[in-house]
Design a protein around this ligand. Structure first.
Ligand code: 1GP
Length: 252
């Protein structure tokens, strides 16, 4: 079915089921580590694998994606930091526009440059309004993109940015404090944004424990993304996913 992953996300939102994505940065894994992470993800019942990073410096994206595909059926969604991070072996791609920034290149410029290649990839394309929130320290994303994040306590700015993205026709909103953020996005901000939009809301950046996963999902996040915390302590993954799925059960 066309746009199968997006339709599944919409259906989950309608039935108040939450999803968990493990972020794999192709720069930070070798073959053995990828195998370990995939095995853990399958056991923990992770819903999606996000693959990407704000600065992928190695050229092993295709190889990592193919390896994951060989080992499991979890849908692989590319989360590209640069236009070159497109692999036809994945299932879908977050077509990100940095709507919290005012850098035209990240709003539309790089999309124009990569449009033909993205279309040719045959991937399911999900246009995503990407909103960077201040996570307490400059992140690679804000440095690379020359863009100011939304201040951590400015809930209205985050909300209006998300609403604008939705009205511009974006299919998803991704609020991110950036990988390894010191402070994850506050629950109040998630609540405010989730209550003002109808499209699925992705939340990530600096989430360290199952409790924060739970609180974010309760606040209205539809899909929670975690990378760093699991890289440091893989045993957290199963607890995080079950904390998240417990919200789905409560809300039904
Ligand atoms: C980063 O939202 C993702 O873009 C995940 O962040 O690595 O801090 O979990 P962490």
């Amino acid at each position: 079915m066309k746009d199968a992953i997006y339709h599944a996300l919409l259906q989950k939102k309608r039935t108040r089921r939450k999803s968990f994505a493990l972020l794999i940065d192709p720069d930070k894994v070798d073959e053995a580590r990828t195998d370990t992470l995939v095995e853990l993800a399958v056991k923990a019942r992770v819903d999606y694998l996000f693959v990407g990073g704000s600065l992928v410096v190695t050229d092993q994206l295709d190889q990592v994606v193919k390896q994951i595909k060989d080992r499991c059926k979890i849908p692989i969604i590319l989360f590209p930091g640069t236009p070159s991070q497109v692999s036809p072996f994945a299932d879908a791609l977050l077509y990100l526009s940095l709507i919290s920034g005012r850098n035209a290149d990240l709003l539309i410029g790089q999309h124009v440059v990569s449009a033909a290649a993205v279309r040719k990839s045959g991937l399911e394309i999900m246009s995503t309004g990407y909103i960077l929130i201040d996570g307490g320290a400059p992140t690679t994303v804000s440095y690379i993109t020359h863009s100011l994040p939304v201040p951590a306590d400015k809930n209205e700015i985050a909300l209006c940015t998300a609403m604008a993205g939705e009205m511009l026709g974006m299919k998803l909103i991704y609020m991110d404090a950036g990988s390894g953020a010191r402070k994850p996005i506050a629950t109040e901000m998630i609540e405010r944004v989730a209550s003002g939009i109808e499209i699925p809301l992705i939340v990530g950046g600096g989430i360290q424990d199952p409790e924060k996963v739970y609180l974010n999902a309760r606040a209205g996040a539809d899909l929670i993304v975690v990378g760093n915390a699991v890289e440091k302590n893989a045993s957290l993954l199963a607890e995080m996913v079950s904390a998240l799925h417990s919200v789905s059960v409560q809300e039904r």
